[in-house]
Each structure stands twice: as structure tokens, then as C-alpha cells.
Design a binder for this molecule. Structure first.
Ligand code: IMP
Length: 502
């Protein structure tokens, strides 16, 4: 006989947090949002080998997670999972670009030879928009550095036509340079000490490696949470599937991917167990999350199969039509609560803590806090990140408003049918996602900053200075539809509003 769950399933919008006591020490600036990403033996006193500084990851989607978004999110302290519905080469190239990006160290895109003319310097600056031009022996970005020429070094019209760069540049003898391998704060110390606006970094043979600009220092200082690996490179994840993982993963590892996730709409399957087993055998130490599941049975299956974290959620995504198409799924809050409970029981039984991620269905900022309070270690968001400048999708004007495009991996546009197939013979593919617009929301840094400001304030209202403390102390109540209505402005005519609702 079929099994019936006793309670109806619920989603985040049906719950509220009831405040607890906040002491004077419980202030938003003291809250830590640090959270584990992969499993570890907590009982044996191990520390988690991969943690994030904020509990947010971006969805494995074409419209969301490319290298640009990955860099922006790593700067804030979270991780992007670069979408896998592209060729192995393209995905590896995106990962490699994230790993090659060095905050504050810029590859020079304006370079010239010493025998070229000042007119050519002007032309180049107009093209690149940069007034600092590196002079290298062969005019390449990594050629032997001979000097720097900027718009301050000459006045066109006052110099004879055809004047050569070498006669106006600041040559090596008068130039401050930094050695390859120095860190950003050392580079900035030199910039301040020598009173220069930029510092060329050179290797041991005198070849140009990169430039550090005075103006970028403040940008770096704005990101105290940035997530770096042991070589000071940004941490990045990658989505994989249960079909070509043995070809895809080695290329992604070579490119520098730090963590993987099996991206599937339904993860309680032999295909995922096989992939986890093969990957852990072939690449010892690899970190692979799995999912998605929506109950304790699904969690236990993937945890036993070796998942490094487990992702929760079926049918709750904003672009998702899985529930309509197939009639499978569960309210995201109920799924999160049950799976988090299973995670705690698994820990009690085995000593292993397997982090869980609530994926999809986050509409308002407070849903992030609720998901964490309900037991999620972190949340995965698609729609939320698609709205920012840094997402790969187009920004358009529709009816006078700025929007960004956002489409599901199971839509005809993405055609990521592998995410939905069951590994055997390919059936008839049908759509499980839509193609849509979402309101444009500016820079990721500002959006994430605002969201997390709300999260930490609410955590203080609950008397919690960390995510585990929130999970321990949270008092959560289901609310009636009328209570939900009462939660928005009501019985008034709103004149204007400056706050943007997420
Ligand atoms: P959102 O944050 O509510 O937009 O949900 C994003 C999540 O929806 C992703 O992380 C996926 O788990 C899921 N998803 C992505 N594409 C599709 C689709 O086409 N159909 C169903 N679910 C999808």
C-alpha cells in the first residue's frame, strides 16, 4: 500500500520566526555566517575541509553561474557552481578563468612597443579606456617590461608628430615594480610608499606579469569575506551529470575546480550512487555533493553512497514546472526540515556531519534565514543571482523596466535534458522549466550585502550569533493565510517605497 505522509507539506512563505531573547552582546556585527560545505568527522574533532563565509551558493544554471558571477560571489564569501550544460572544454575554461583571477592583480590590456608613436598611445587608450599603457619589448602583455607611459607623460600637439614612446615613457630606472608572488597588501604598501598610481609586477626575468592599481585597493578592502584557496585563488564549484563524469571531472580538476555537485532534478537514484563511488575511487579526496532529495530516506541513501553534501528540493524553483509536469515534489520548507533532521540523526549515528543545502524557492530575503533556522547549512539560489549585473543573461527593457532573462535548465532554451534523464535509454524529453524575465537588481555586492544584513539582524532577534546557534534557538511558527496577509502593508494606500523587495 502506498505510503502517506501525515502532514501536508509547506513552504517558506507559510512560516515566521518568533523572536527570542537578545542580549546586549548579540549585535549584527558580531554574527558569523561561516558554514560547512562538505562532510567531516565532527565527533572525532576534525574541522571541515571546505567552509564558506556566507551561506549562499549560486545555482548550476546557464542563466546564473558563469565565471563572472563566480568571481563576484567568491568575493562575497560564497561559491558558484559553474553550469555543466555546456562542452567540457568551455566549462573547464570558465573554471580556469576564476582560478586565474587574482583580486587586485590585473593583466595589462594596454601594451605598446617603445618604437611606436605617441599617436598610437592615444589611439590605444581611447580603445581600451585605460590611460596607463605598459611598454614592453614586443608590445605583448607579458613581454619584457621597459617602462610605463600614461596620458600625464606628454601633450599631443606640443610634441612633434611621430614622437616615439621611448622618449616620453617612465623607464625602468625610475619605475617602482613588485616581484611576482607578492601579495596585495605588500603591493599596496609599495604604491603608498613610492606615491605611485600603479605598480607593475614582474617575474624573475623582468617580464610583465600584471599591474596593481591604487584605486583597486579600496575594492579589495570592501570584500573582507572573500573565499580563497591555499594559493590565494578564488574557490569555485562545478556542476556535473551522471553520464560523462569520468571525462568531465578530470578536465575540471585540472582547471582547478574545488568542489562538484551532481546536478539532477531527482537524486535518489542508482545513477548518483554509481557516480559517487566511481568519482571517489578515481580521484581520492574529491568533494562531490549530490541531490536533489526531499525526504530522510533520500538523504540517508546519498549519505551512505558517499555524498559530501546533500541538496534538497524538488519542484520549488521559480522557473520550475516539474510538479505540474510529473506530479513529484514536496514543499521546500517541509523537505528542508525533514532532511536536516535526518542529517542530525546521521551525525549522531556515525559521527559524520554531512551538510545539507536547501535549493530553490527562496523568494524573500527572510526565506534565507528561515531555511537556515530549519537546519540548512547553506542555500542555493537561481532567480536571486540571475537578477544581478554579473549574471550571464541579457539585460533588457520591458514595459519601461529593466529586466534580466532567466530560464530553467529543463526549458527548451537550455535543453539540459541530462538533468532529468534516468541514465538509461533516452525517453521523450519534455520541458520541466520555463524561460522568463526577472527584475534587474544592480550589482551582486549590493544585493548580497542587503540580504545578509537582514539575515544577521533577524538572527540577533532570535538571540543567535552563528548558524548552529540559530538552529538551536529558533522558534518557528506556521501561520494562517490571514496572518500572511497581515504581514504586508494593509488597509492603507502606499504612497511610495524606496526599498526594493526581493
Ligand atoms: P530558484 O532559486 O527558485 O530560481 O530555483 C533555482 C533551482 O531550480 C535550481 O538550483 C535547480 O535546482 C532548479 N531548476 C533549475 N532549472 C530548472 C528547471 O528547468 N526545472 C525545474 N527546476 C529547475
Amino acid at each position: 500500500m502506498a505510503y502517506y505522509f501525515e502532514e501536508p507539506s509547506h513552504t517558506f512563505g507559510e512560516y515566521l520566526l518568533v523572536p527570542g531573547y537578545s542580549s546586549a552582546e548579540c549585535t549584527p556585527d558580531r554574527v558569523s555566517l561561516k558554514t560547512p560545505v562538505v562532510k567531516f568527522n565532527k565527533k572525532a574533532g576534525e574541522t571541515c575541509p571546505l567552509t564558506m563565509n556566507i551561506p549562499m551558493v549560486s545555482a548550476v544554471m546557464q542563466a546564473v553561474s558563469d565565471d563572472k558571477l563566480a568571481i563576484a560571489l567568491a568575493k562575497e564569501g560564497g561559491i558558484s557552481f559553474i553550469f555543466g550544460s555546456q562542452t567540457i572544454e568551455n566549462q573547464a575554461a570558465m573554471v580556469a578563468r576564476v582560478k586565474a583571477y587574482k583580486a587586485g592583480f590585473v593583466t595589462s590590456d594596454s601594451n605598446i612597443r617603445p618604437d611606436q608613436t605617441l599617436e598610437e598611445v592615444v589611439e590605444l587608450s581611447a580603445k581600451t579606456g585605460h590611460s596607463t599603457v605598459a611598454v614592453t619589448e614586443d608590445g605583448s602583455p607579458n613581454g619584457k617590461l621597459l617602462g610605463i607611459i600614461t596620458s600625464k607623460d606628454f601633450r599631443i600637439g606640443h610634441c612633434p608628430a611621430g614622437s616615439k614612446v621611448k622618449d616620453y615613457m617612465t623607464g625602468l630606472e625610475d619605475l617602482a615594480t613588485g616581484k611576482e608572488g607578492i601579495d596585495l597588501s605588500e603591493a599596496n604598501d609599495i604604491i603608498w610608499e613610492k606615491k605611485v598610481n600603479q605598480l607593475p609586477i614582474v617575474d624573475k626575468n623582468g617580464n610583465l606579469v600584471s599591474l596593481v592599481f591604487r584605486k583597486d585597493y579600496s575594492t579589495h578592502a570592501e570584500h573582507p569575506n572573500e573565499l580563497l584557496d591555499s594559493k590565494q585563488r578564488y574557490i569555485v564549484g562545478a556542476g556535473i551529470n551522471t553520464r560523462d563524469y569520468m571525462e568531465r571531472v578530470p578536465k575540471l580538476l585540472e582547471a582547478g575546480a574545488d568542489v562538484f555537485v551532481l546536478d539532477s532534478s531527482e537524486g535518489f537514484s542508482e545513477w548518483q550512487a554509481r557516480a559517487l563511488k566511481d568519482l571517489h575511487a578515481a580521484f581520492p579526496g574529491i568533494k562531490v555533493g549530490a541531490g536533489n532529495v526531499v525526504d530522510a530516506e533520500g538523504f540517508n541513501f546519498l549519505a551512505d553512497a558517499g555524498a559530501d553534501f546533500v541538496k534538497i528540493g524538488i519542484g520549488g524553483g521559480s522557473i520550475c514546472i516539474t510538479r505540474e509536469q510529473k506530479g513529484i515534489g514536496r514543499g521546500q520548507a517541509t523537505a528542508t526540515i525533514e532532511v536536516a533532521k535526518a542529517r542530525d540523526e546521521y551525525f549522531k549515528k556515525t559521527g559524520i556531519y554531512v551538510p545539507v543545502c536547501s535549493d530553490g524557492g527562496i523568494v524573500h530575503d527572510y526565506h534565507v534565514t528561515l531555511a537556515l533556522a530549519m537546519g540548512a547549512d547553506f542555500v542555493m539560489l537561481g532567480r536571486y543571482f540571475a537578477r544581478f549585473d554579473e549574471s550571464p543573461s541579457n539585460k533588457l527593457v520591458i514595459n519601461g523596466n529593466y529586466v534580466k532573462e532567466y530560464w530553467g535548465e529543463g526549458s527548451n532554451r537550455a535543453r539540459n535534458w541530462q538533468r532529468y534523464d534516468l541514465g538509461g535509454k533516452k525517453g521523450m524529453a519534455f520541458e520541466e522549466g520555463v524561460d522568463s524575465y526577472v527584475p534587474y537588481a544592480g550589482h551582486l555586492h549590493d544585493g548580497v550585502g542587503m540580504t545578509l544584513s537582514k539575515v544577521v539582524h533577524t538572527m540577533c532577534n532570535c538571540g543567535a550569533l552563528s548558524i548552529p546557534e540559530l538552529q538551536e534557538k529558533a522558534k518557528i511558527t506556521l501561520v494562517s493565510p490571514v496572518t500572511i496577509q497581515e504581514g504586508s502593508a494593509h488597509d492603507v494606500t502606499v504612497r511610495n517605497t524606496t526599498s526594493v523587495q526581493n
